[in-house]
Design a protein around this ligand. Sequence first.
Ligand SMILES: [Zn+2]
Length: 372
Amino acid sequence: MTRNEEALDIKHTNYRNIYRLFFQYNGLSKPQIVKLLNLSLPTVSNNIGELEAEGKIREGGFFQPQGGRPAIAYQLVENAFISIGVEIQKKNVRCLALNLQGNILAQKDTALYFENEPQYIESLCNIIHTFIRSLGCLYTQILGIGFSIQGIVSKDGQSMLYSRVLPGEHFDVKELQPYFDVPVKLFHDVKCAALTELWFSEQIDNAVYISISEHLGGAIIINNQIDLGKKGYSGALEHLQIHSEGNLCYCGQRGCLETYCSLSALLSPNETIEAFFKALRNKDELVLMRWDAFLEHLAKGLNTVYLLLERDIILGGEIAFYLIPEDLKILQEKILKLSTFPLEGDFIRIATQQKYTSAIGAALPFLIEYLP
Ligand SMILES: [Zn+2]
C-alpha cells in the first residue's frame, strides 16, 4: 500500500466508524464523537460535514453538557435509504419497505394470481413501481429489491433452482431486472423468515428454523448466518422422509415431513387454522387426536434434525402465532422418547417474529450490505 492509499484507507475507516456510531446512538455531538473514537476535532468535523451534505445525518437539537457550551446534536437520517421486500404468494403480492433501522415504512398487499407467464412478471413489476411511487422517495434512495419466493433459489440470488409449489422458469433476475434500475435478488421464503428472526433476536448464533405454514420449510443458522449449503438447497427439511411408504409429496417422493407437518396436511379442506386451534384449546377430542398425531410426526422429523445438528429449534411460520408452551412441552417429550442421547433442558422455542417475516427478510440483505 502506498502512503497515499494508506491515507485514503484511514480516511474511509474514520468515515465509516463515525457513520456507524449514528446507528448505535440516538443523537451525538462532535465532542462526544471525538471522545468515543479518539479522533481529532477537525477529522470529526470534516466527516460530519460530509455525512450531512450526503443527507445521511442531520442536525437535531442541542446537547447541554454540564458547565460547557451547548453543542449541536446530530442524528441519523433513518429514511435516507430504503430497502424493498416483495413476497410472492400464490394469490397475492406483498410489498414492504424498510428504512435503515429496519423499521417498516410501508406495507401493501395486492391480489395477483401467480402465473408462469411473462404477463405475470409485467403486472408484478407494475405493482412494485406503484408501491415505490407511493413512498415518495427517489429511486436513488432504494438500496435494492428482494423477492421472497416459495422455492429454493441459487446461492447468488439470480435464479430459482427448485419450486414445485410455484413453478416458473420466468421467475429469474434476468426477467425482472430490466424493469428496475436498482439491484434485484431472489430469496427462498423460509430463509427470509429465518433471517428476520436472526436480525431481531440477538441471542441466536446457531439454530434450526422450521417454518410451518401452508407448506413446511427449514433453514439452518450457523454462526449468525443463514447457511445456504453448496448450491442453495441446505435446510430443506420439508423433504426429509419420515415414512418410507407414506403420503405422496408434491416432490414425487413418499413420506416427506411436508405431507404430515405442514398446515395443508394438518387442516381439513375448508378448515381454518383459527378454527383448528380454537377447537384444540376447547379440548375437542378428535382435534386433540389429530394434533397428537401431528406432533408425533413432527417429533420424528425433529429427532433426526437434532441428532444431526444438535442446536435449538425455532418454530416459525403461520403456526407460531397459535402455539403455547404446553405444545412445546409435549413435542419435546415426544422427541425425548425417540432420542438416542439424554437431552436436558428446553431446546424448542416459538419464533419471536411472526408478522411479514418473509417480506422483511427479502429486504434485509440489502440493508445488511449497506450498513457501515
Ligand atoms: Zn417431498
